[in-house]
Ligand binder design. Structure first.
Ligand code: ZN
Length: 232
């Protein structure tokens, strides 16, 4: 099971959960849920990468967190049938396994280990969201794009990322022209190759040097809370 949380489950918990896990595939830009909805499905990405985005009444949206093989969507909300707080949109197409919130709830209420894992994972998402707020307010768009590409690369496990510049601008909450300028700079430096809506990461170390501290902070917090690395 190519999901870091499912891999951490005890044999007993996995045995209870496994018969209810259904494999599925998500296309890019598919919306899994909108804010203020009741959680109907719990998603464990095994290849897909999902963005949790804040939507505004003007139609603008900004990403607060990114979840892939390192996590779960709707995991904690499933425990008491409460609602979603953001939009969940598939950022990179790929596989996931889904389960009924009721099933996860019944297993978690019998397993302190699973309950603890779900709470700790929720903390990692909170950590990302608060880091994103600080990042948006203080860090330069170039450093933020480096951070963002590294994170997407870690979660997808691929050096080739299908993103249009419009999409990157939307996720980072900046103008498209800013993304164009920065992508050009990173390409000239030999860090990435950009063509026809695809970004190829050529120099990971270069991107790491160019990224703001938020990339490492989020990774460290995940490691402290979950005990695993987010890159594979
Ligand atoms: Zn930052």
């Amino acid at each position: 099971m190519n999901n870091l949380l499912l891999e951490q489950l005890s044999e007993g918990d996995l045995k209870l959960l496994e018969p209810h896990l259904k494999p599925t595939h998500f296309k890019q830009h598919h919306v899994l849920f909108e804010p203020d909805e009741q959680i109907r499905t719990v998603y464990f990405p095994t290849g897909a990468v999902v963005s949790l985005v804040v939507t505004l009444s003007t139609g603008e949206m900004v990403e607060a967190a990114m979840v892939g093989r390192d996590g779960v969507l709707g995991g904690l909300a499933a425990l008491d049938g409460k609602m979603t707080l953001s939009r969940g949109v598939v950022q990179l197409a790929g596989e996931a396994v889904v389960c009924d919130p009721q099933v996860l709830r019944s297993v978690a209420l019998k397993s302190p280990q699973l309950l603890s894992l779900l709470i700790r994972h929720e903390q990692t998402v909170y950590a990302q969201a608060q880091q994103s707020a600080a990042c948006f307010a203080t860090h330069h768009v170039q450093a933020r794009l480096c951070r963002w590409l590294l994170r997407a690369r870690d979660l997808s496990g691929s050096d080739t990322l299908s993103f249009t510049q419009e999409y990157l601008a939307e996720m980072l909450g900046v103008r498209r022209t800013s993304v164009t300028v920065v992508a050009h700079t990173l390409q000239s430096a030999g860090f990435i190759k950009y063509a026809r809506g695809k970004i190829q990461v050529l120099n990971e170390e270069g991107l790491q040097e160019g990224a703001c501290e938020c990339y490492e902070t989020v990774k460290r917090q995940y490691r402290q809370l979950i005990g695993r690395e987010t890159n594979f």
